[in-house]
Design a protein. Structure first.
Length: 355
């Protein structure tokens, strides 16, 4: 593993021992109801009622009831889990990813039609976890990226690391550069990689603690694929702001600072990718200003960039599991939480660098 100066080697160095496998998972109770921040909810009602129309009613109901949230189970192909998939199937789980979905490779994610949640596996240095619990919509940016064996990949805002793990489940890139600026989240990223990636894969990884806005200029055209899972106004978290004051601070950020930061990160990614390469931009918010508007602004200001529709490769094969806002355009698709399909919010856009 290649690390930034402040990043200790994960796994304790080359040749260090590690263990695989764990006891079969246990089902746990759904999350309890939490206190909604009324100021944030009022803001969402005004904005999303206008932007999403009738879709907002169901999305609102889902977001306000954590007890109904579903959890995807991404299996770790590097762990020793001969019975885990069969156990999950017997518990009522099914495969999320059809063979027709692009970019899946050996990626396996199982989902349940109800709000069933497995127990969380604790981080244990030197031991690989068997599975990663996630909002299944988080896999869509990885599918859109379409990583192939040997690709040089940059994950510009990588923490907590779930999408980086998914990349390594789907293919064997020549290089996966995981970057995270925030120090606390950087440590979280390190632990995630240590928990899911064995020492035999260490040479594929580079982990840095840099400002993603400058990476493009220092590593111009060096990557085949770049993922920008941008900092955003995370609707699931912001709705449960601890108090009105904190909610007000967060809402102020989404009016100007966040869209500007997102555009700068996306611009950096388009500089870092080679001509002919792919950049995927994603957020976990429903906000038009942080989604389609960011992509449209970049297309208007960056020559040599073309948007690609994800309707045929992503939306159509996965329409059984996800509710997508209409219309799906070349500037991106939006997963909206819905009853029985509580995944999202997740916005995904695919851009091609033409020259």
């Amino acid at each position: 593993m290649v690390c930034a100066a402040r990043c200790p080697l994960l796994w304790g160095g080359r040749g260090s021992g590690f263990c695989r496998g764990a006891a079969l998972p246990q089902l746990v109770l759904p999350r309890k109801k939490r206190q909604v921040c009324q100021a944030v909810l009022d803001h969402f009602d005004a904005q999303y009622g206008k932007e999403l129309g009738s879709l907002w009613s169901n999305a609102r109901s889902v977001l306000m009831n954590p007890g109904c949230w579903q959890y995807g189970v991404m299996l770790n192909r590097f762990a020793d889990l001969p019975d885990l998939r069969q156990t999950l199937l017997e518990l009522g789980y099914s495969s999320l990813l059809p063979c027709s979905a692009v970019g899946t490779g050996s990626l396996q994610c199982l989902v349940h039609e109800g709000p069933v949640r497995l127990s969380t596996q604790a981080h244990n240095a030197g031991c690989l976890k068997d599975y990663f619990l996630m909002n299944a919509a988080s896999l869509l940016p990885v599918l859109a990226l379409g990583v192939r064996d040997g690709d040089k990949v940059l994950d510009l805002c990588s923490a907590p690391g779930g999408k980086a793990v998914a990349v390594l489940q789907s293919a064997s890139p020549g290089l996966l550069h995981c970057n995270e600026l925030d120090n606390r989240r950087f440590i979280w990223l390190q632990k995630t990689l240590e928990s899911f990636v064995p020492p035999t894969q260490a040479d594929r990884l580079k982990v840095t603690n840099l400002d993603g806005r400058v990476i493009g200029h220092s590593q111009k055209g060096q990557y085949d694929k770049v993922l920008v899972d941008a900092p955003c106004s995370n609707d699931r978290s912001w709705l449960y702001a601890p108090n009105t004051q904190q909610g007000a601070v967060w809402l102020k950020e989404r009016e100007g600072r966040l869209p500007q930061l997102q555009m700068e990160l996306l611009s950096s990614a388009l500089t870092a990718v080679r001509p002919g390469g792919t950049v995927v931009y994603s957020t976990c918010t429903l906000s038009h200003a942080e989604n389609h508007a960011v992509v449209e602004a970049i297309l208007n200001s960056c020559p040599g960039v073309e948007p690609r529709s994800l309707e045929e490769d992503i939306a159509m094969p996965l329409s059984e599991h996800f509710t997508f806002a209409s219309p799906i355009t070349s500037t991106g698709l939006l997963v909206v939480p819905d009853h029985g399909r509580t995944w999202g919010p997740m916005f995904v856009a695919q851009l091609k660098r033409t020259h």
